[in-house]
Design a protein around this ligand. Structure first.
Ligand SMILES: Cc1cc2nc3c(=O)[nH]c(=O)nc-3n(C[C@H](O)[C@H](O)[C@H](O)COP(=O)(O)OP(=O)(O)OC[C@H]3O[C@@H](n4cnc5c(N)ncnc54)[C@H](O)[C@@H]3O)c2cc1C
Length: 384
C-alpha cells in the first residue's frame, strides 16, 4: 500500500540521488577500507533511513511494506553493505520492539533507533544453532529482578556498532524447543558482554559481523520483550518473515544494478568487429536475467501489498526470499560471464557484487529453509 505517492516519490528521489551521488562513488573505497565513511553514515541519519519502519509517534517514517520495498529497490542499486548498516535497525533489530515491545520499551528505544543514535542488532544464531534456531542454548535464568545470561551468539551483523541487541535466549531450560525461548532488549554496555573479533568475510566489506559473548550478564527483568517469557521465538519468526520481503527487494535492486552494468559493458565491448551485445548467446544471458528479474520484482511487490492488506504472507515471503536471492546469484554469475576476463578483475566491480550477493542465499534463512517453510505450509493448507 502506498499511502501518499507524492511523499513517497520525494523520498525515493532523495534516496536515488544519494545512491547515485554519494554511495556509488564510494563503493571501491568502502571495499578497500572495510569502513563506511562517517559523513555517509551521518547523511543516512539525516535522511531518516534508520527510522524507515519506526512508527511516526516515535519519530520514524512508518513506511508500509510496499513503501519499504520501493526504498530497498532503490538502495539495491549500490553495494549492499550500505543497506546493511541501517538494515538491522530498520529490520530484524528493531521490529521485535515494534511488534511485541511494552509501551515503556517502545518509548525508551524507538525514538533513538529512528534517528540512528542507537544501532540495533538481532542476536539469534549460535555456534550450534543456525538453521535449527529453536535449539539455541544461550540461557537467561531468572535471579530476583534480573536474568543472568550466558552463551555465545555468532555472525551478528552490526554487533561492533550496536547500542542494543534483540537477544533470543532460553528462559526455560526444561523446554528445549521454541517454547522455552524469550526475547530481550539488551543494552550493549551491560557488564558481561564481549564482542568478538570482526569476522573476515567473502564479501560485503564495510558491513561487520562478530560473535557476541554473554558471561554472567545481568539483564534487568524490565528488558524482557513484551514482559512475557516464552514468546521470543514467535517474535523472531515474525521479524524474520517481514525481513524476507525486505531482503528479496534488495536482491531485486542489486540484480538490476548488475544487469545494467553488464548490458552497458556488452554494448561497449567489441569482438569479431561488433558489440558483444549483438551476439545471440550474450543476448540469451541478458534476456534470461531480465525475465527472472521482472518475475522477482512482481513477486516482491505482490507479497508486500498482501502483507499491507493484513493477509498471512508466510508462504509468499519465503517464496520471495528463495526466488529473488537465487535469481540474484544467477544474474551475478551471468554478469561476470558477460564481462569476460574483466569480470574477474576487481577494478570493474562486478566480481565484488558477485561475492556480495552470495550472502543473500545464506542469511535470514537459507534457500533450503525457505523451501522447507513453503512446502510445510502447502502441506498444512492441503490437509487442514
Ligand atoms: C554475514 C552474515 C551475517 C549474519 N547476520 C546475522 C544476524 O545479524 N543475526 C543472526 O542471528 N544471525 C545472522 N547470521 C546467521 C545466519 O542467519 C545463519 O548463518 C544461517 O541461518 C544459516 O545457519 P548456519 O550458518 O548455522 O548453517 P547451517 O544451519 O549449519 O546449515 C548448513 C547447510 O545445511 C542446510 N540445512 C540445514 N538444515 C537443513 C534442513 N533441515 N534441510 C535441508 N538443509 C538443511 C542449510 O541450508 C545449509 O546449506 C548471519 C550470517 C552471515 C554469514
Amino acid at each position: 500500500m502506498i499511502r501518499d505517492p507524492q511523499t513517497l516519490n520525494a523520498l525515493l528521489d532523495t534516496v536515488n540521488r544519494f545512491v547515485r551521488e554519494r554511495l556509488v562513488p564510494a563503493e571501491a573505497l568502502v571495499a578497500e577500507t572495510d569502513e563506511i565513511p562517517a559523513d555517509i553514515v551521518n547523511d543516512m541519519k539525516q535522511m531518516g533511513l534508520f527510522g524507515l519502519t519506526v512508527p511516526e509517534e516515535f519519530g520514524g517514517l512508518a513506511l508500509t511494506m510496499e513503501e519499504e520495498v520501493m526504498v530497498m529497490l532503490a538502495m539495491g542499486q549500490t553495494s549492499p553493505c550500505f543497506r546493511s548498516l541501517f538494515g538491522t535497525t530498520v529490520g530484524i533489530g528493531s521490529q521485535g520492539i515494534v511488534f511485541d515491545g511494552t509501551p515503556e520499551q517502545k518509548a525508551k528505544y524507538l525514538p533513538k533507533l529512528a534517528t540512528g543514535e542507537l544501532i540495533a542488532s538481532f542476536a539469534l544464531t549460535e555456534p550450534d544453532a543456525g538453521s535449527d534456531a529453536a535449539s539455541l542454548r544461550t540461557m537467561a535464568i531468572r535471579d530476583g529482578d534480573h536474568y543472568v545470561v550466558n552463551g555465545t551468539k555468532r555472525y551478528i551483523t552490526n554487533s561492533p556498532q550496536a547500542g542494543i541487541f534483540t537477544l533470543m535466549a532460553r528462559t526455560n531450560p526444561q523446554d528445549k524447543g521454541a517454547g522455552g525461548v524469550s526475547a530481550f532488549i539488551v543494552e550493549a554496555n551491560t557488564p558481561g558482554i564481549t564482542i568478538g573479533k570482526v569476522d573476515k568475510k567473502m564479501g560485503q566489506r564495510g558491513a561487520h559481523t562478530a560473535d557476541v559473548i554473554f558471561e554472567n550478564c545481568r539483564v534487568p527483568v524490565s528488558q524482557l520483550m513484551g514482559g512475557k517469557e516464552g514468546q521470543g521465538f514467535k517474535t523472531a519468526m515474525k521479524v524474520l518473515e517481514k525481513g524476507r520481503i525486505h531482503i528479496a527487494a534488495i536482491c531485486v535492486g542489486v540484480a538490476e544494478r548488475m544487469l545494467r552494468d553488464a548490458l552497458n559493458y556488452a554494448i561497449d565491448r567489441k569482438q569479431f568487429g561488433q558489440p558483444i551485445a549483438e551476439f545471440q548467446l550474450v543476448q540469451a544471458m541478458l534476456a534470461d536475467s531480465q525475465a527472472e528479474l521482472y518475475a522477482a520484482r512482481c513477486m516482491v511487490i505482490d507479497a508486500a501489498r498482501k502483507r499491507d492488506e493484513g493477509l498471512n504472507v508466510a508462504t509468499e515471503a519465503s517464496c520471495c526470499k528463495l526466488f529473488a536471492s537465487e535469481m540474484c546469484g544467477r544474474v551475478a554469475d551471468r554478469a561476470v560471464q558477460i564481462f569476460g576476463g574483466a569480470g574477474y578483475l576487481s577494478e570493474y566491480g562486478i566480481e565484488r557484487f558477485y561475492r556480495d550477493v552470495r550472502l543473500f542465499r545464506l542469511y535470514e534463512g537459507t534457500s533450503q529453509i525457505q523451501q522447507i517453510v513453503i512446502a510445510r505450509n502447502m502441506v498444512r493448507e492441503a490437509t487442514r
